[in-house]
Each structure stands twice: as C-alpha cells, then as structure tokens.
Design a protein around this ligand. Structure first.
Ligand SMILES: [Cu+2]
Length: 367
C-alpha cells in the first residue's frame, strides 16, 4: 500500500524517518538530572566522560575532542564535495551528460594516499601516548595510592595492600593524588569504569591489568561494570568517594579497626546466627569469619550502598535482602559451589523474622 510511489506513501515514509531521527537526536539530551539514576541516589550524574574530574580523565577527554574535530572536518569536506558532485553533474532532461571519465591521475592517487596517512598519524600518535600514559606504573615520586580491584559476578572487591584491609563496591581515594589500580577477576571478564575519573579497563581472570585514576575535586563518582558479565551485569556498579587527604586518612584509620563484637542483646544473637549462616562466605576482620567468597563486611555499616552499589544501605533494603536476596538483584545462587570457590549470588537462607532483625542489629554495629 505504502510503496512510496503514491504521494501519501512518500509523505508517510518521510514522517517515519523524521521521528526515528528525532528519537536518536533527543536521546542525547539527558541532562545532569540526579533522578536519572532510578533507584540509586548519591553522586554526580550522569556518568559523563565528557565532564572529566581529574587529569587522567582529562587526557581521555582531550583525545576524544581531537579525534572528534578531525572527523568532523573530514565529514563536512566529504559531504560538501559529494553534494556538489550530485547536484552539479546530475542528469538533466534534454541535456547530454557532462561528465568526463578519467582514469589514472597520478597526482590525485598520490594525494589521496598521503593525506589519509598523515591524518592517521596525527590521530595515532596521541592515542598511543594517552593509552600508555593512563596505565604506566607510577614512580615513587608520584606518591600513588595502590588499590587492587577484583571483579566478581556481580560485585567489586577493593583491597588496599598498603594498609591491609578489604572493602566492597565503594572505593575511597584522596584527591590530587594518583591512584594506581591493579585489576583482576575471579570468574569472567569485567571492566572497571568510572567515566569522570578514568578510562575503562578490563578485569581479566588469571591476569593483572592496570589503570590510573585521579580526582581533583571531592565528591562521589559513579561507575559500573562495562563488560557484559552475565545475569546481574547491570547491577554491578561502584562508587568512588574522593576525599580531602585528612578525610581519607580518617577513613583509612576507621577501616583498620577490627570489628568490635557485640556482647549482649539482639546484636549478640545476630552475631551468633552470623557465625552459623554467613561465615562460609563473608569475612569480618579480626573474627573467626574469614571467608573470601562474598563482600567483606567488616565495616559494612560505614558503606552507603550494597549489592553492587545498587541499593542504599537502609534497614528496609537489608531486611528484604536477608529475606530473599534474589528479589532485589538477579543472581543464581543455585549454581554456587563453595568448595570450588564459585559463588554466583547470595542464597535465600530461610531465616526467621526474629533472626533477620537480630542480624540487622548486628550488621549495624559494624561501623
Ligand atoms: Cu561485571
């Protein structure tokens, strides 16, 4: 019916095309609106690599603009020449075609070999230089902070080897100091990406990769796993808290404290349940719970979010998490094999409501 030959058909096709183009164009208009985050709050949004907040991300950003403008100039030039050719040499009624066919113009051949080669060189040299810059091991004068990043399906483990503590999903860094990440994974390939602070880097099982990041403004920077890694890939996020050196030092000191175990009340009952039900996967530093298969909970109460930084750390979320973890985040705990070290989610442990309240009371003591 709408074969484009009738006037109405042509008009309809044009309208559809316009709507499609408009949809693509308008999709780029998402603003800096915090509600864009859906169920997550807190932090600078969106994850805009064109709004760099530190020198490493700035390098990536400048490279982007260099390539963008070169590509834009080429696009405009080619389009103008193409349009000119199409209009100037089109077939006209009653006129002979005016095109003269040419073969083998040496000057032209040389020109269109050399010009693209030069353009590619102009793009390649800075690209390689930035690629190496953003992952070169720092020298002692750089005074970099080292953090080990370990990808798990579907959360991030962060170790601070200088201090010897481990945390999950939330990384704290001091501003104006380079941070050198060493990444790996325990299962599949993940990718660590905090767009406002650094480029992307894959976390590969059995290998170590590196990337630098640095913030020059305090704030919360959001990121997420950028390599499809299975069921809860979209719920594998991370938050980076960039703090003044003093605040960072205070945070480190707090993390270094071992947990003070409760001695009475609901929290004590919670700790007892924890030892039976939870310590096969979770660690709490300084206690008998030292399994490394799930997020380290030593200072869980000091974290703002959990479950791959997708849920704010509130009592309601925790209650629901302990009742039925997979209702809040898609996971496949039925495929867990603790002996083989494989954990693909927190199982529903069949806890009673009083046990859940006691566990929450206990978790709240882990500051
Ligand atoms: Cu991942």
């Amino acid at each position: 019916m709408f074969d484009g030959t009738t006037k109405g058909g042509a008009r309809l096709r044009r309208a559809v095309l316009l709507v499609v183009i408009a949809a693509f164009a308008l999709a780029a208009c998402a603003g800096d609106d915090p509600t864009n985050l859906g169920r997550v709050v807190g932090g600078d949004v969106p994850q805009n690599s064109l709004n760099p907040a530190g020198p490493i991300a700035e390098k990536v950003d400048s490279l982007f603009w260099l390539v963008f403008w070169i590509a834009t100039v080429i696009f405009v030039l080619v389009s103008v020449v193409l349009l000119f050719g199409v209009l100037r040499f089109r077939e006209r009624k009653g006129k002979e075609r005016q095109v003269r066919q040419l073969h083998g113009n040496t000057k032209l051949e040389i020109a269109w070999t050399i010009v693209p080669a030069v353009i590619l060189a102009v793009v390649t040299v800075p690209t390689l230089s930035v690629l190496f810059d953003i992952r070169t091991a720092p020298t002692p004068e750089d005074n970099a902070l080292e953090i080990e990043v370990i990808g798990h399906q579907w959360w991030w483990e962060f170790r601070y080897p200088e201090y010897g503590f481990t945390t999950a999903n939330e990384m704290h860094i001091p501003i104006d100091r380079p941070v050198y990440l060493t990444l790996t994974s325990v299962d599949v390939i993940h990718s660590f990406w905090v767009p406002r602070l650094a480029g992307k880097r894959d976390a590969v099982p059995g290998r170590e990769t590196h990337i630098l990041l640095e913030a020059d403004e305090t704030g919360t920077y959001l990121g997420q796993c950028a390599e499809f890694c299975g069921l809860a890939h979209a719920d594998m996020r991370q938050r980076v808290f960039a703090q003044t050196p003093g605040e960072f030092e205070a945070w480190v000191q707090a993390q270094l404290q071992p947990a003070t175990l409760p001695t009475e009340g609901a929290a004590l009952a919670g700790w007892e349940t924890f030892q039976v039900q939870c310590s096969s996967c979770h660690a709490i530093a300084g206690t008998s719970a030292n399994a490394q298969l799930a997020p380290n909970l030593t200072h869980f109460a000091s974290r703002t979010a959990f479950a791959g930084a997708t849920l704010d750390n509130t009592q309601d979320h925790l209650r629901q998490w302990l009742r039925d973890p997979s209702s809040l985040k898609p996971m496949t705990p039925e495929r867990n094999d603790l002996a083989a070290g494989r954990v693909l989610g927190m199982p529903d442990l069949g806890l009673t409501e009083p046990q859940i309240e006691e566990l929450i009371a206990f978790l709240e003591t882990l500051e």
